[in-house]
Write a new protein. Structure first.
Length: 588
C-alpha cells in the first residue's frame, strides 16, 4: 500500500506499472488523463494513482486447518539363531486433515468488480503402511551376507468444495467505473458457477487422490578378510508406483479408481510404474593406523520416470579420507559426485510427459560435485588453527522451448523474451501433445552454480580461564543460467556472502562463564547480467512453423536486464549486519 487514491485511500496496484503508457487494468473510458503516478499532493502524502486503474484496497485469506497425525510403530530384533541376526519395524499412520471454512476476500477495483469473496471447505486423509526388515548371515569369520527389505504404501484421498462466491460490481458495462463508483450490485453465484483455476464449481465436490508404493530390496555381500580393508557389493531393486488424479466415493470413503497406466496425452487419473535396478560398491581402507579412506560407487538405471528432470541413469561416487600425522594434527578431504541423466525422447509415445509443451529428446543432465579439504592443528591447549575449503558445482540442463514476445511493456513496446541465434520454431502448431502455442527453440535451459567456500579460525587460550577465537567465513558463487525473460538477472547465482567473527569466553569461577561474540554478515550480488539477444516482433506469438526469429542485442531494447539496473527491476539485494551477543552460563 505505497500509493493512494485522490481521496487518500491507501492502495496497491493490481499490475506492475513503470512510466507512461497504457495500463491494461485501467477502465479506458474514464481514465481521462494518462494514468501516471503524480507527486504527493500533501506533505508526507503518497503518490496518487488515477481512480480508474485497477487497485487493491484490502485482501484477506483464512484457512484454519486442523491435523491429527497418529502413528504406531512396532520394532523387533533377534539373534537367537546362530550366525543370524534380524531386526525390523512395522509402521502405520492414519492421519486426518480438516479445513471447515476457507475464506478468500478481495476488495478494490478490477474492471467492474469492487468486492469478491469465496468460501470453501476441505478434508483429506493420509494412510501409510510401511515395513522394514533386515537379516544378516555371518557365513564365515570373514564373509557375511545381508538382505534389507523396505515396503511403503501411501494413500492420500481428499475432497474440497467451493461453497459460495459473493461479488459486488458496478451494473454498467461501458468501462467507465472508478474506485469510488457509487452504485454497486451484490450477486451470489449459483450452484455450478465456475471459480478460480484449479478449483471446482460452486457446490460441486472436487475429489483428489495421490498415492505411491515403494518396494526396495538390497542384497549385500561383505568381505572383511584383511585387517586393512573391508569390501562390500550390493544389488538394489526398486519398484515404484505413483497414482494421481480424481477419486470416487465408495460409501463414506473416497478411493482411487484409476488403476490403469496413465494414458498418452493424459496428466491425471492413472498410474506410472518405475522399475529401478543397480549396484553399490563400498570399500573401507586403513593403509596405516593414522590413515583411513572409505568410498563408494553407486550405479542405478530406471526404465521410466515421473517428471522430465527425474533420472533414468544415476551414478554416485563418494570418497572420504582422514589422516592424523600427529596427535595434535588432523587432515581430512572429501569428494562427492552425483550424476543424473534422462535421455527420454518426449515425442508423444507411451511413457512421454503429456503435460510438457516441448516435444523431442529431453537430454536432461544434472550433477552435484563437491570437493573439500580441512585441517585442524592444535599443538597445545593455548592456541590452534582450523582451516576449511570446499568447492561445489551444481548444474542442471534440459532441452526446452520458449514463447516469443507477446505482451506490451508500459512504454508501449513488446515485452522481450530471450532468443537464440537460429530462432527456428521447435514445436508444431498441432503438436503430439495437443499444444496450439507456437514455441521457439529448441534451447538448453540450464542453471550452473559453481561455489567456493572457505573459513579460517584461530583459537587462543592464554590461560585456563580465558578462551577466544577469531575467524573469517566466505561463500562466493559465480554462476549463470538460461534467461527465458530478458528482464531476469542472475541474482544470487553471482553473489558473495562473508562473515568475519570474534568470540570470547571468561570463566569467572567453575560454573560461571561470561561470553561475548561479534559477527559481521555481508551479502552482495554481482554486476550486470541477463539475456544477450532479444526478439521484439509481436507477430511471433502466432507465427508459422519455420519462421525465423528476428534477433537484436538486448542492450538495445528498453526495460531489459542489460539496459536497466544491475539488480533487475526489483530493489537491490545487498545487505550487511553487525551483531553483538552477550551471554553468561551459570550452574547451581
Amino acid at each position: 500500500f505505497n500509493l493512494q487514491e485522490p481521496d487518500g485511500t491507501r492502495v496497491a496496484l493490481l499490475t506492475s506499472y513503470q512510466g507512461p503508457g497504457p495500463v491494461l487494468s485501467c477502465n479506458t473510458n474514464s481514465v481521462g488523463a494518462a494514468p501516471d503516478l503524480s507527486a504527493p499532493s500533501t506533505p508526507g502524502g503518497l503518490p496518487i494513482i488515477n481512480p480508474a486503474c485497477g487497485v487493491i484496497t484490502s485482501y484477506f485469506r483464512s484457512q484454519p486447518t486442523r491435523i491429527l497425525y497418529p502413528t504406531e510403530i512396532f520394532r523387533f530384533q533377534s539373534s537367537s539363531i546362530p550366525n543370524i541376526s534380524m531386526n525390523g519395524d512395522l509402521r502405520y499412520t492414519k492421519a486426518n486433515m480438516s479445513l471447515p471454512l476457507y475464506q478468500d476476500i478481495f476488495q478494490g477495483l478490477a474492471k467492474t468488480t469492487r468486492y469478491q469473496g469465496y468460501t470453501a471447505a476441505a478434508s483429506a486423509k493420509r494412510e501409510v503402511t510401511a515395513v522394514d526388515y533386515a537379516a544378516e548371515w555371518r557365513a564365515t569369520r570373514k564373509v557375511s551376507f545381508d538382505d534389507q527389505f523396505t515396503f511403503s504404501n501411501e494413500q492420500e484421498p481428499g475432497v474440497s468444495t467451493m461453497t459460495s462466491e459473493i461479488t459486488s460490481a458496478t451494473p454498467a458495462t461501458a468501462n467507465n467505473e472508478t474506485i469510488s463508483y457509487p452504485t454497486l450490485t451484490t450477486t451470489a453465484a449459483t450452484a455450478g458457477t465456475s471459480t478460480f483455476e484449479g478449483s471446482s464449481p460452486i457446490g460441486t465436490p472436487f475429489n483428489g487422490f495421490f498415492g505411491q508404493r515403494f518396494i526396495t530390496n538390497d542384497v549385500t555381500g561383505t568381505w572383511d578378510g584383511w585387517s586393512r580393508a573391508t569390501l562390500s557389493l550390493t544389488y538394489r531393486h526398486v519398484d515404484h508406483v505413483i497414482a494421481e488424479g480424481e477419486s470416487t466415493l465408495s460409501g463414506t470413503t473416497y478411493v482411487f479408481a484409476h488403476s490403469a497406466p496413465l494414458a498418452v496425452g493424459a496428466t491425471t487419473n492413472g498410474t506410472v510404474t518405475i522399475h529401478q535396478n543397480g549396484g553399490v560398491f563400498n570399500v573401507a581402507l586403513r593403509p596405516t593406523d593414522q590413515w583411513n579412506i572409505d568410498g563408494s560407487a553407486e550405479v542405478l538405471y530406471a526404465d521410466n520416470v515421473f517428471t522430465p528432470v527425474a533420472p533414468r541413469q544415476q551414478q554416485h561416487y563418494r570418497v572420504h579420507a582422514l589422516y592424523r600425522p600427529r596427535a595434535w594434527a588432523t587432515l581430512s578431504g572429501a569428494f562427492n559426485d552425483l550424476e543424473r541423466h534422462d535421455n527420454t525422447d518426449n515425442t508423444g509415445a507411451a511413457g512421454a510427459f503429456p503435460s510438457a509443451t516441448y516435444a523431442g529428446p529431453l537430454d536432461h543432465v544434472d550433477h552435484t560435485r563437491v570437493a573439500g579439504f580441512g585441517a585442524q592443528l592444535f599443538p597445545n591447549e593455548h592456541y590452534g588453527l582450523d582451516l576449511n575449503y570446499a568447492y561445489s558445482d551444481v548444474y542442471t540442463a534440459t532441452n526446452t522451448c520458449f514463447q516469443g514476445a507477446a505482451s506490451l511493456l508500459s512504454n508501449g513496446t513488446v515485452a522481450p523474451g530471450a532468443a537464440i541465434q537460429s530462432g527456428l520454431l521447435c514445436n508444431p502448431v498441432a503438436s503430439a501433445h495437443g499444444s496450439t502455442t507456437v514455441l521457439f527453440g529448441p534451447a538448453k535451459d540450464f542453471m550452473d552454480a559453481p561455489t567456493q567456500y572457505a573459513s579460517a579460525a584461530v583459537t587462543l587460550s592464554p590461560s585456563a580461564k580465558v578462551r577466544s577465537s577469531i575467524g573469517y567465513r566466505i561463500n562466493s558463487v559465480n554462476g549463470s543460467r538460461f534467461f527465458g525473460d530478458a528482464r531476469d538477472v542472475n541474482g544470487s547465482l553471482v553473489s558473495t556472502y562473508q562473515s568475519p567473527f570474534v568470540d570470547l569466553g571468561w570463566t569467572v569461577r567453575p560454573g560461571f562463564i561470561w561470553k561475548a561474540e561479534y559477527n559481521y554478515y555481508g551479502y552482495g550480488e554481482g554486476g550486470p547480467s541477463g539475456a544477450q539477444y532479444c526478439n521484439i516482433n509481436p507477430a511471433l506469438s502466432s507465427g508459422a512453423v519455420g519462421t525465423t526469429v528476428p534477433v537484436v542485442p538486448c542492450s538495445s531494447v528498453p526495460e531489459t536486464a542489460l539496459s536497466g539496473p544491475a539488480y533487475g527491476y526489483t530493489a537491490p539485494r545487498n545487505f550487511h549486519a553487525n551483531i553483538v551477543t552477550l551471554a553468561f552460563h551459570y550452574e547451581f
